[in-house]
Design a binder for this molecule. Structure first.
Ligand SMILES: C[S@@+](CC[C@H](N)C(=O)[O-])C[C@H]1O[C@@H](n2cnc3c(N)ncnc32)[C@H](O)[C@@H]1O
Length: 206
C-alpha cells in the first residue's frame, strides 16, 4: 500500500506547517497576557498535532474511506493528512471553513504538497456549505466550532454509510458534550472510543 505521508515534499512541508502552528499558538498565549489584547481567530492555526494527524491518516486509510468530509480546515494541516489518505484510497476530501484567509491558505498549502486535486474546500458556515453535499460520506472529521459538532453531524447523518468513521477533536470541551453524549446514546448504531485523555473521540458506524 502506498503511503503519501512519507513523500519527501509532503513530510517536509508538514514539518514546516506544524512549526508555524506551534509558533502561532505560543505567540497567542504570550499576547493573551498583554494589555489591550484582543482575541482574533481569523489567522489562528489551532491545528492538530502530528500524532493526531497520523492517527487521522491511519484511520482514513485503513477504513478505505473514499468520501471524506472535514468541518474546519483552518490552514489545511489536518486536510493534508486526510488528502494523503484520500489519494491512497482513490477518494476525495470535501472540507469547509468560514474564514476566507484560511481557505486561501489551505488551498495554497495543498497545492504546495501536491494534493490539491484530492480536495474541495467550501468557504462559509459549515451548516450551510455542507447542507447540499451529495452523499455518501464514509469519514467525518469534526474540528470547527465546538457547539456545531452536533448540528453538523445531524446534517450529515443521512449520508453516513455503514463502516463510516467519525473523528471529533476537542471532545473534552464543554461545548462538544451535546455531540459526544448524543453519539454515546446511539450504542446500537456506533462503537465508540475516547482517546488522548478524552480529547479525541472516535465513533464507528456499525
Ligand atoms: C481548530 S480550527 C481547525 C484546525 C484544522 N482542522 C487543522 O487541524 O489544521 C477550527 C476552524 O473552524 C473554523 N470554523 C469555525 N466556525 C465555523 C463554521 N461555522 N463553519 C465553518 N468553519 C468554521 C474556524 O475558522 C477555524 O479555522
Amino acid at each position: 500500500m502506498i503511503n503519501t505521508l512519507t513523500d519527501k515534499r509532503v513530510s517536509e512541508i508538514l514539518d514546516i506547517l506544524h512549526e508555524k502552528a506551534t509558533a502561532d499558538s505560543i505567540q497567542r498565549r504570550i499576547a493573551k497576557n498583554t494589555p489591550g489584547f484582543e482575541r482574533s481567530w481569523d489567522t489562528a492555526y489551532m491545528a492538530v498535532n502530528p500524532e493526531e494527524g497520523y492517527l487521522l491518516n491511519f484511520l482514513a486509510t485503513v477504513s478505505e474511506a473514499k468520501n471524506i468530509v472535514e468541518f474546519g480546515c483552518s490552514f489545511g494541516i489536518s486536510t493534508i493528512y486526510l488528502a494523503a489518505a484520500a489519494k491512497n484510497n482513490g477518494g476525495a476530501v470535501v472540507s469547509t471553513d468560514i474564514e476566507p484567509t484560511k481557505v486561501a491558505g489551505a488551498r495554497k498549502n495543498l497545492e504546495d504538497v501536491g494534493l490539491a486535486e484530492y480536495v474541495t474546500i467550501l468557504q462559509g458556515d459549515a451548516t450551510q456549505t455542507l447542507a447540499s453535499l451529495k452523499g455518501p460520506v464514509d469519514f467525518l472529521f469534526l474540528d470547527g466550532a465546538k457547539e456545531l459538532y452536533l448540528p453538523v453531524f445531524n446534517l450529515l447523518r443521512p449520508k453516513l454509510i455503514k463502516g463510516s468513521v467519525i473523528f471529533a477533536d476537542n471532545a473534552d470541551k464543554p461545548d462538544t458534550q451535546p455531540f459526544v453524549e448524543h453519539i454515546l446514546g446511539l450504542k446500537d448504531e456506533f462503537t465508540t472510543a475516547h482517546i488522548f485523555e478524552k480529547r479525541a473521540f472516535i465513533a464507528y458506524l456499525k
